[in-house]
Design a binder for this molecule. Structure first.
Ligand SMILES: *Cc1c(COP(=O)(O)O)cnc(C)c1O
Length: 376
C-alpha cells in the first residue's frame, strides 16, 4: 500500500450514503442551480464561522473576485497581499485592473508580515501617487491564520478594507474565533483538496455587513437588481451548483471531527519529526489553531530539500513543493517589475519548503514510516 498525498477515498467511505442521498435529492427536485441546498449550506457555514452572511459561489477564485467587485476595486487601486500564496489571490486583484502590492512574509507562519505591511502601505502613500491604497488580502497559508490582531487594525487605521483569503483555512481559529469571522469579507474554496472540499469546484464569501452581503449576492449573478433581469452593476456568473452544495452538506457533518483528526495527525508529525537533523517542523502561535491544509516543513537549504525529497520519492512517499516560485517572480506579474531579492524571507522559505502527506485519516504507522525515511 502506498501512502497517498491526500486520501479522499478514505473520506468518501464515511460519507458515501449521505452524499448519494443529497445528490439524489437534487436530481429529484430539479433545481440544479440555486436550489434549496445553497441557502441551507450558506446558513450552516455562516453560523459555524460565527458571521452573519454566507454567499455560495463557483470557486475560491470567484469568491475573491466577487469580494473585490463588491468593494468596488478597479484600475488605479492598490491591494496589498503576500507573494507566497496560490496564484488566485493576486490574480483576482489584477483581473479587476487593480495593482497587487506584495508584502514579505513571516518566517515562522509564512503569512503576511505586519511590519512589512506597514512599511509597504507607507511607501505606496509616499511614492506612488498613481496608486490609491484600497485594501489588504491576507492569506491563511497551509491552514494557519494570519496575524489578525495586528493586520486588522493596520488595515482599518489606514482606511483599507481587509479580505481574508481563507481558501486553505476554513475550520481554523484565531484566538478562539473562526477565521472567516475576520476581515470585512472572508473567502474560502471547496476545491476537493481543501480542508472542506466538494466533488468539483465551489467556494463561499462571508460578510457581517448587510450592505456588503447585498452587493455580493448581486455580483454573483451579473449584477442583478431587485429583479433578475434588471442589471444595476457588472457582475459575473459566480453561482455554486446545487449538487456541490448537497455534497458539502453531507461532508460538513463529519468536518468538525476531521478538524480534530487533522490536528492529531499534525501533532504526531511534530513529535515524530522533531529530531530529524536540520528539519524545521511548523509551529502555530499560542491561542490559534491550524486546519492543516498542508503539513509543510523546512529543510536547511535547497540541496538539503532535494536530498530529503529524494529519499521520500525513492520510498514512494509523495511530497510536493508549495510554492516553488513566488508570485512576484511569475511571468504573469512581470509588469510589476520585481526581481529576485525583493522579498528575501519569501524567497528563502520557497527554496527550503516542502509538504508531506496530510489528511484526517493518515495512519500513525504511515507517519512513522515517513519519519523513518526522512531520518534514514
Ligand atoms: C485554492 C486557493 C484559492 C482558489 O480557490 P479555487 O477554488 O481553486 O478557485 C485561492 N487562494 C488560495 C490561498 C488557495 O489556496
Amino acid at each position: 500500500m502506498t501512502i497517498p498525498f491526500i486520501d479522499l477515498k478514505a473520506q468518501y467511505k464515511l460519507v458515501d450514503e449521505a452524499v448519494k442521498k443529497g445528490i439524489d435529492g437534487v436530481l429529484e427536485h430539479g433545481a440544479y442551480v440555486m436550489g434549496p441546498e445553497i441557502g441551507a449550506l450558506e446558513s450552516h457555514l455562516a453560523s459555524f464561522s460565527d458571521v452573519k452572511h454566507g454567499v455560495g459561489c463557483g470557486s475560491g477564485t470567484d469568491a475573491l473576485i466577487m469580494a473585490l467587485m463588491a468593494l468596488g476595486i478597479g484600475p488605479g487601486d492598490a491591494v496589498f497581499t503576500t507573494p507566497f500564496t496560490f496564484m488566485a489571490t493576486a490574480e483576482a486583484i489584477a483581473l479587476l485592473g487593480a495593482t497587487p502590492v506584495f508584502v514579505d512574509i513571516d518566517p515562522i507562519t509564512f503569512n503576511i508580515d505586519p511590519d512589512d505591511l506597514r512599511k509597504k502601505i507607507g511607501e505606496i502613500k509616499d511614492k506612488r501617487k498613481d496608486l490609491k491604497p484600497k485594501g489588504v488580502i491576507s492569506v491563511d497559508l497551509f491552514g494557519q491564520p494570519a496575524d489578525y490582531d495586528r493586520i486588522e487594525p493596520l488595515a482599518h487605521n489606514n482606511g483599507l478594507f481587509l479580505i481574508v483569503d481563507a481558501a486553505q483555512s476554513f475550520g481554523a481559529t484565531y484566538q478562539g474565533k473562526p477565521v472567516c469571522s475576520f476581515g470585512d469579507v472572508a473567502c474560502t474554496s471547496f476545491f476537493p483538496a481543501k480542508p472542506l472540499g466538494c466533488y468539483g469546484d465551489g467556494g463561499m464569501v462571508f460578510a457581517q455587513n448587510d450592505e456588503l452581503h447585498k452587493l455580493l449576492v448581486s455580483v454573483r449573478v451579473h449584477g442583478m437588481g431587485e429583479d433578475k433581469y434588471e442589471n444595476v452593476r457588472l457582475g459575473i456568473n459566480g453561482r455554486l451548483d446545487s449538487m456541490q452544495a448537497a455534497v458539502l452538506l453531507a461532508k460538513f457533518e463529519i468536518f468538525p471531527d476531521e478538524v480534530i483528526k487533522r490536528q492529531q495527525v499534525a501533532a504526531r508529525y511534530g513529535a515524530l519529526l522533531n529530531d530529524v537533523d536540520g528539519l524545521t517542523t511548523p509551529s502555530v502561535p499560542e491561542g490559534n489553531t491550524s486546519v492543516w491544509a498542508q503539513y509543510s516543513v523546512l529543510a536547511t537549504d535547497s540541496d538539503h530539500r532535494e536530498e530529503l525529497m529524494g529519499k521520500l520519492k525513492e520510498n514512494n512517499i509523495p511530497c510536493v513543493i508549495y510554492y516553488p516560485k513566488a508570485l512576484h517572480l511569475q511571468k504573469a506579474f512581470a509588469n510589476l517589475g520585481h526581481v529576485m531579492g525583493d522579498f528575501p524571507v519569501c524567497e528563502n522559505i520557497s527554496s527550503r519548503i516542502f509538504s508531506l502527506p496530510m489528511y484526517p485519516y493518515l495512519k500513525a504507522e504511515d507517519q512513522e514510516t515517513i519519519a523513518s525515511v526522512l531520518k534514514g
